[in-house]
Ligand binder design. Structure first.
Ligand SMILES: Cc1cc2nc3c(=O)[nH]c(=O)nc-3n(C[C@H](O)[C@H](O)[C@H](O)COP(=O)(O)OP(=O)(O)OC[C@H]3O[C@@H](n4cnc5c(N)ncnc54)[C@H](O)[C@@H]3O)c2cc1C
Length: 229
């Protein structure tokens, strides 16, 4: 299939929101949290890279949230695309999806690891049996809290949703949470050991959070994760 770029929006320095459509299908079927893969021949080699879908199912459209990796291969290619350009893609896949909407859950993201949660959080909250959900979103700077308005609006609409942004390099004007997501995880779970915890971001953070949860006695089935590297 070909994905055609419809529009882009810069979310922060070197972080961009992409809207694509797939003209040859009427509907792109996927579960919130799944990823698509792009393929292109770059530098004479066929390169494939997966990207989490950052939107709810919506006809043949899907959205992505990407950061530019300096010295990388595929992200610079996607960042030079203009509306109307096309890229080869394969159908959505992946097991990073909401398992038990009837259980309390914590979502943990750093950086563009927020992408699947932009789809999974409203999806989770739309289930009639949805319980308490906390999203902990860690970035360095306030200007990198992509989709902040959307998550704050979601929290206003759903009393069972808590949105906890945290900054590791806050400006003095920031009076909310600071430090790494790991610190706030402990507050979010408290004495509870019956929650599902979903983690998405780079390996170092994901492995660290998994290690903390295992040490606290969480079962591996309760820890659902997606590593970007
Ligand atoms: C299931 C899955 C979903 C993904 N979803 C997203 C997504 O929604 N948004 C997104 O930006 N990336 C996502 N990625 C990462 C993406 O597939 C690429 O690895 C990334 O775009 C870098 O590719 P590259 O060819 O430019 O760099 P490469 O040449 O492949 O890698 C250069 C270096 O960048 C590191 N790296 C990989 N991803 C990132 C990142 N996001 N930030 C910083 N460093 C990184 C790698 O460890 C590697 O050392 C996802 C990865 C997986 C496995």
């Amino acid at each position: 299939m070909k994905a055609v770029l419809v529009s882009v929006l810069d979310l922060a320095p070197e972080v961009r929101h992409f809207v694509f459509e797939v003209p040859e299908v009427e509907r792109l079927h996927f579960k919130p949290g799944q990823f698509i893969s792009f393929q292109e021949t770059l530098g004479g080699k066929k390169i494939t890279r997966p990207y989490s879908i950052a939107s709810l199912p919506d006809g043949n459209r899907f959205e992505l949230c990407l950061n530019l990796v300096h010295g990388g291969i595929f992200s610079p290619y996607l960042f030079q695309m203009r509306p109307g350009d096309a890229v080869e893609m394969s159908a959505p896949l992946g097991f990073f999806v909401v398992r038990n909407p009837d259980k309390d859950a914590v979502f943990i993201a750093t950086g563009t690891g927020i992408a699947p949660f932009r789809s999974m959080a409203p999806d989770y909250l739309s289930h009639p049996q949805a319980k308490e959900l906390t999203l902990i979103f860690g970035v360095r700077y306030e200007h990198s809290l992509y989709y902040r308005d959307e998550f704050e609006a979601l929290a206003r609409r759903h009393a069972n949703f808590r949105f906890w942004p945290t900054l590791s390099r806050p400006e003095p004007s920031w009076s909310a949470r600071t430090g790494h997501v790991q610190i706030h995880l402990l507050e979010a779970i408290g004495d509870r050991r019956d929650l599902d915890v979903y983690i998405c971001g780079l390996k170092a953070m994901v492995d660290d959070v998994r290690g903390i949860l295992k040490a606290l006695g969480f079962d591996r089935k309760q820890i659902i994760f997606e590593k970007y590297d």
